[in-house]
Structure formats: C-alpha cells, structure tokens
Design a protein around this ligand. Structure first.
Ligand SMILES: *Cc1c(COP(=O)(O)O)cnc(C)c1O
Length: 495
C-alpha cells in the first residue's frame, strides 16, 4: 500500500513520497504531510538488536513507500558510513540522569548531518524515478548549521547546484568559516544583511514565484529545498528517536514498552516534530519537551495557545535556534485541527498579515503532549558550567538549553520518566560561548586557541570538521541585502 503526501494548504494535492521530496514545498506554499502516520511494524524489544542502518530502513521504508528496497538501502548505506566518526552513528550517553543522544558525529558536527547526509541520495533517486532531467537547484536558508550540512551533502553531486543564504551577523565564527570555505563547483554561499527569518521568507518567496520558476524551467533548472520543510529531511530524523529507544532497551535502562520523554532544543520545529511522528508510529513517548532560548515564541505558544512573532529578535549563543517563525509548526497545526486545510490556511494568513494567531481549545487539547519552556542566556551558561563541573561532559549551547529546560520540567512536574535529550551540536562548533561558560578567563584566547584548549580540558579529539577549516581559504564572499536574494540567484544561474 502506497503512502501519499498531502499539502497543508490544498486538499486536492496528493503526491508520492518521491515527488514530495523533489518539490520540497507544495505548489500552494503548503507543507507536505503523510496522509496517515504509518505503524512502526517492529517489536519494541527487537529494536535493541538493530543497528543504525537497520533502524533507518525499518522507519524510512514505512514513509517512503514508492522507493524500492534496493533504492532505499543504497541511500541509507551511502549516507550512514564512515563520514560519521563513530560506528554507532548517534551514540547515547548518560549525562546526570538524562540520556543524551549525540547527533553531531557527522561531517559538519551538528544534527543537520543526520538528515542531510541522506537527502542528496533521496533526491537524486527521486529525480531518476520520476524521469526528471532538469538540474536541481537546492535553495536553502540557514541559521548556521543547515547551510554547511547541506553544502557538504550536495557538493559536487552531479545534476545539482546548491545556494545557501545565511544571516551575515547571526552565526558563530566557526559556522561562518565552515560555510565560506566550502569547495565544489556547484556551491554558492551568500551572507545577507538580515536575520534568519528574513532569509527563510526570501527563499519561500522564490519557491512560489511563478515567473521565476518558469524562467528557471526554460533554462533546464528546477528548485528544491534542503530545509526541514522537505519531508526528505523530516523522515530521516524520525529514525534516531527509534534508535535511541532501542539503545535504552539494550542497556536495560528501560523495558520494551516503557515510556520515555524526549527533550529537544527547538528552532524551526523540525527535530521535535520528527519525535512526535516517532510517537505516532508507536514508539512509547510520553512528553515532548520543547526547549527554546530567549526567542521563546514556542514556549509562549504552548502555554497560552497564541503564536505571536511580534517581538524583538534576539541574537543568542544558540544561533541555530534564533528563529521567530517556526516553519514546521504548520504541520502540527494542520494535524491538530483534523487536517482541515481551510482552518490551517486561515491561521497562516493571519500569521502572515498580523504576525500572530490563536488556536482553539480543541486544537490545544490535541497537542497536550507537548510541554514548552526556555533557558535564558545566563541559565544556558550556568548549565554548561554545571554539567562540566559535575560530570566532566561539555555540552554545546543548544544542547545546554535542552538540559536546562529538562531540569525545569522535572522541577515543575516531578515526572521521573527517563528522558532522551537531543544533543544537537558539538561544543567545538561554539567554542567561545562554551569555553567562557566554563571559565570567563578563556575570553582572551583566539578562536583556534580555544579549540586547542577545549581538547586539552576534555580529552575529546578535535573533530576533522574543525581541523579542516583552520587554514582553508575563503572561497565565498558574496553579501547582499535581504531584498536582493532573488537577484543574486538569477545572476548565479544566468537567468
Ligand atoms: C537546527 C538546529 C536546532 C533546531 O532544530 P529545529 O529542527 O530547527 O527545531 C537546534 N540545535 C542545533 C545545533 C541546530 O543546528
């Protein structure tokens, strides 16, 4: 039985998984959602015996039903290989009384690698299946980590070009250096004078610009997206929650069937939505704990039912979560109102026109498994310091937001269900913020002196991703205003 994908904004659109991946965004600007969430179809006790690739196949084959077994296995084997610095791919480590799943062992040392290692393979397979001969142009807005992970995934992949927009002053120095040193003839990196939301809005506008798309097609190009609006991003992210559960069963932390809570440091709402999907597949997930930084739009949403982006955009030490318009929330909104496209369109229109909307009591009731809270900059710093002092474990700023919110949750609720904490980036990606949280004296050191000091105090080897950029030449220097993004794309593609 094939599983089809519907748009959150058009009840008549219905496409296969491969077409949904190719398109990225639906024609009407909506997001693709599976018609129903498939059952996991594996005994929970069995998960303990499955490695990452086997788990990936079990989960992804349920969602991507128009891929053959061979096609999907080829994609999985090409993605989850020695690009990751550990055979486990995503190891689970005990940090205090929490179980951190480290999602940063891929090429660019952030959790985006979990999905972006496989997306290019899914996309090129999807193009072949659907007889697409056009060159695929990946258009991506990044708050710091998606950009590099997508560049690494798509660099020199035949039949593709990738264009990344990042907020010039809104990413960490290491994040920026990683992107602007990217090699590959098909890569193009642009800094914009604006924030992530402006970059994301600019990209979405290009996707739905009919005239631009027609001129693209005439030249043999078509757009697709590497942002988490693409279900080819979302589906691979479901895998590691199932995998983490299997690890906890394997080491007897839980019995098969026991509930676990999940804590996710959240920005665009993709990672936590994947956890929600894992729960709907039958993984026994109790609470979905949504952790925000000072851009706490989601915390306010889960506590009041009002989503309101009309507020100051705050640059924090966890830049990958500096987001006020969480794109993937639209999928949850759509599902929580019984897949009512008219209701969803009305709310999204309100968001677009007034910057806010309020959901009904029924909808609120349908999403009561979510709990939201946030960590201030000071609390994030304290959490890094405390975890290092107590457990000699160095968390990055994003993961620290999650650990901090987990502690708040326990205090609030007295719930002692074991919790899986999504650990989304290596501390090496945010060396200055992390090291000065350990001790303010480190502020005097340069970025790479900090890297060396970090390896000295933790004994954790410097990741290849960091060694590579120490001396790499800067290859991308384009900077533009946020309203000139389309012009930059047209120039690059020769339209
Ligand atoms: C992207 C990112 C997040 C936020 O994930 P979403 O899926 O956008 O909610 C959190 N932490 C890090 C390190 C990231 O790169």
């Amino acid at each position: 039985m094939d599983l089809f994908y519907k748009s959150t904004r058009d009840k008549n659109e219905k496409v296969t998984a491969s077409v949904a991946i190719l398109n990225g965004l639906a024609n009407d600007g909506g997001l693709y959602v599976p018609e129903s969430i498939p059952e996991l179809g594996v005994e929970l006790s069995q998960l303990a015996n499955m490695d990452y690739r086997e788990t990936a196949f079990a989960v992804m084959s349920k969602f991507l039903t128009d891929f053959t077994e061979d096609e999907l296995k080829h994609c999985i084997n090409s993605a989850y290989d020695d690009k990751f610095d550990t055979k486990e791919i995503a190891p689970v480590v005990k940090v205090g009384d929490a179980y951190g799943i480290e999602l940063f062992h891929g090429k660019t040392i952030a959790f985006k690698d979990m999905a972006l290692s496989i997306l290019p393979h899914l996309l090129t397979t999807a193009a072949r299946k659907n007889n697409i001969k056009d060159e695929i142009v990946i258009l991506t807005a990044t708050s710091g980590d998606t950009g590099k992970a997508a560049l690494a995934g798509f660099a020199d992949v035949p039949g593709t070009k990738i264009i990344v927009f990042y907020p010039k002053d809104g990413v960490s120095p290491i994040q920026e250096k990683q992107m602007v040193t990217q090699t590959g003839d098909n890569t193009f990196v642009v800094g914009i004078r604006g924030n992530f939301d402006e970059a994301q809005t600019g990209v979405k506008k290009m996707f739905s610009n009919k005239d631009l798309n027609e001129r693209m097609n005439a030249k043999g190009f078509r757009f697709s997206s590497a942002n988490s609006i693409n279900i080819g991003r979302l589906v691979p992210q479901v895998v590691y929650y199932v995998y983490a559960y299997g690890r906890l069963v394997k080491n007897n932390t839980i019995k098969a069937g026991d509930k676990v809570n999940v804590v996710v440091p959240t920005g665009n709402f993709g990672n936590i939505l994947a956890a929600y999907f894992a729960g709907k597949m039958g993984l026994p997930i109790g609470k979905l704990i949504c952790a925000s930084n000072e851009n706490k739009v989601l915390y306010d949403f889960f506590t009041t039912g009002e989503y309101n982006k009309n507020r100051e955009f705050i640059l924090t030490s966890s830049p990958s979560m500096d987001i006020l318009i969480s794109s993937n929330l639209e999928r949850l909104i759509y599902l929580s109102c019984g897949c009512d496209t008219d209701k969803n369109i009305a709310l999204m229109k309100e968001l677009n026109e007034t910057g806010k909307y309020t959901i009904t009591e029924d909808m609120k009731n349908n999403i009561k498994d979510f709990y939201g809270n946030y960590a201030s900059e000071e609390e994030t710093k304290e959490t890094i310091h405390e975890i290092f002092e107590k457990y000699h474990y160095l968390a990055d700023t994003h993961s620290a937001v999650a650990y901090c919110v987990y502690n708040k949750y326990k205090k609030d609720t007295k719930d002692s269900t074991p919790a899986i904490v999504a650990s989304t980036a290596s501390p090496y990606k945010f060396t200055r913020s992390v090291m000065t949280a350990v001790d303010s004296k480190y502020d005097k050191l340069s970025d790479f002196e900090l890297v060396d000091e970090m390896t000295r105090i933790t004994g954790v080897k410097i990741p290849a991703a960091i060694e590579e950029i120490r001396t790499a030449p800067i290859l991308h220097k384009t900077v533009c205003d946020s309203d000139k993004m389309q012009k930059t794309v047209e120039e690059y593609l020769g339209l």
